[in-house]
Design a protein around this ligand. Structure first.
Ligand SMILES: N[C@@H](CCC(=O)N[C@@H](CS)C(=O)NCC(=O)O)C(=O)O
Length: 227
C-alpha cells in the first residue's frame, strides 16, 4: 500500500487532529510542513481551500481534517477511532460537528473578536459550549469512561482537544479559566493531554503566547510567557 503524505503546519489545530490520528493508528507517513506565507503549488493543487491538513495517499488527494480522519479510519481500521454501530457512529459525528460549528467558532470569537463586545460575546458562547459538553457530552455519553465515548479514545476527543491545548492563550489574553462547573472536562483534558500522540505534536505554551501576541497585536503580559 502507498505511504500517506501529510501536508501540515506545526501551529495548526486542524493539522494536530490528523497528526494524532496517524500516530494513534501507527500509520507510516511522510510529511511536508507548509509555510502559510509561501504555499507551494503542489500543495494548493491538492488542498483546494489552501488549508492544512491535506493528505495524498496513492492517487487519492484529500483535505478537510474531519474528512481526512474518516478516510484514515476506513482505510486503517485498527485501532478503531469510531464506534462500529451506525447509531453510535452518527452520534460521534454529531459531536465532531459540534466541535466544528460551535466550540471552534466560539473560541475564535472570544480570542480574535474585533472588539471587546465581540470578544465578550465569544466568552459567553465558549462558556455555554463548555457547559453543554460537560453535561450532554461527557456527562451522558462517556459513562464512567475517561473519554467522550467511554473507555477508548475516539475521533470525537481528537476533534476537540487542540483547542484545549490553547486554553493558556485564553488565560493569558482574556483571563479565562475553565469554569468550576466543568470537572469532567478538566479530568478529560488531563487524560487526553497525557497520551503519547498528543504530547508528540504539542507546542509549548510560550510558543502559542508569542504567536498570538503577534496575531492579536496585544503584548505578552510581563513575567508570564517564560515558563
Ligand atoms: N475546516 C478545515 C480548516 C483548516 C484550517 O483552517 N487550517 C488552517 C490552519 S489551522 C490553515 O490552513 N490556514 C492557512 C490559511 O488559511 O491560509 C479543516 O477541518 O481542515
Amino acid at each position: 500500500m502507498s505511504t500517506v503524505h501529510l501536508y501540515f503546519a506545526k501551529p495548526s489545530t486542524f493539522s494536530q487532529r490528523t497528526r494524532v490520528v496517524l500516530l494513534e493508528k501507527g500509520i507510516e507517513f511522510t510529511s511536508t510542513e507548509i509555510d502559510f506565507q509561501n504555499k507551494p503549488a503542489d500543495f494548493t493543487q491538492i488542498s483546494r481551500y489552501g488549508k492544512v491538513p491535506a493528505i495524498e495517499h496513492g492517487d487519492i488527494e484529500i483535505y478537510e481534517s474531519a474528512v481526512i480522519n474518516e478516510y484514515l479510519e476506513e482505510v486503517f481500521p485498527e485501532p478503531p477511532l469510531l464506534p462500529s454501530e451506525p447509531g453510535k457512529k452518527a452520534i460521534a459525528r454529531i459531536w465532531i460537528d459540534y466541535a466544528n460549528t460551535r466550540l471552534v467558532p466560539a473560541f475564535n470569537k472570544f480570542l480574535r473578536g474585533k472588539d471587546v463586545a465581540e470578544q465578550e460575546q465569544g466568552r459567553r458562547e465558549f462558556t455555554e459550549a463548555l457547559l453543554y459538553i460537560e453535561q450532554e457530552g461527557l456527562g451522558k455519553l462517556s459513562g464512567n469512561g475517561a473519554y467522550f465515548l467511554g473507555n477508548d479514545l475516539s475521533l470525537v476527543d481528537i476533534s476537540f482537544y487542540p483547542w484545549f491545548e490553547r486554553l493558556p492563550v485564553l488565560q493569558h489574553f482574556r483571563k479565562f479559566d475553565l469554569p468550576t462547573e466543568t470537572p469532567r472536562l478538566q479530568t478529560w483534558w488531563n487524560t487526553v493531554r497525557d497520551r503519547d500522540s498528543v504530547k508528540a505534536v504539542a507546542n509549548p505554551v510560550e510558543f502559542y503566547i508569542e504567536r498570538f501576541s503577534k496575531i492579536l497585536g496585544e503584548p505578552v503580559a510581563v513575567g508570564t510567557a517564560q515558563k
